[in-house]
Design a protein around this ligand. Structure first.
Ligand SMILES: [Ca+2]
Length: 132
């Protein structure tokens, strides 16, 4: 089984294979008013896929953590983008990224309901992300 947002709508989908059987694509079509944020991290000093980067996201409702990885299940590779559910909050107060290189990058007041590409800040001017 692999998970990821196949249709980029903010709801995580899944793909399941079976031995000598069909592949199942489980599209998440759950109706919801909740907000979300997906981060696509691009390393420059760190590895390009940002594998191992640790992300701390803070909203008014609390703090969440995630680590960039593709591993999750047997013989599969999942979406390397980091997905956060924001619940009723439409903005993340802060997003702190600890890159494998040791660089720590913090974004403030990040709007939800978007896929945000974040380049590793190897120069002080590269702090902001780019909506996808
Ligand atoms: Ca989806």
């Amino acid at each position: 089984m692999a998970t990821g947002d196949i249709d980029n709508d903010g709801r995580v989908d899944a793909v399941v294979t079976t031995n000598e059987g069909p592949i199942y694509i489980l599209r998440n079509e759950t109706p919801t008013q909740n907000h979300w944020l997906t981060l696509k991290l691009v390393g420059h000093k760190s590895n390009r896929d940002a594998i191992g980067a640790e992300v701390k996201l803070v909203t008014a409702k609390g703090t969440q953590f995630a680590t960039v990885t593709t591993s999750s299940s047997y013989l599969s590779s999942s979406d390397k983008r980091v997905h956060f559910g924001l619940g009723p909050e439409s903005v993340a107060q802060s997003v702190e990224i600890r890159w494998p290189s040791g660089i720590v990058q913090t974004l403030k007041d990040v709007r939800g309901d978007q896929i945000l590409k974040v380049d590793e800040a190897v120069a002080p001017s590269a702090e902001k992300g780019t909506p996808q």
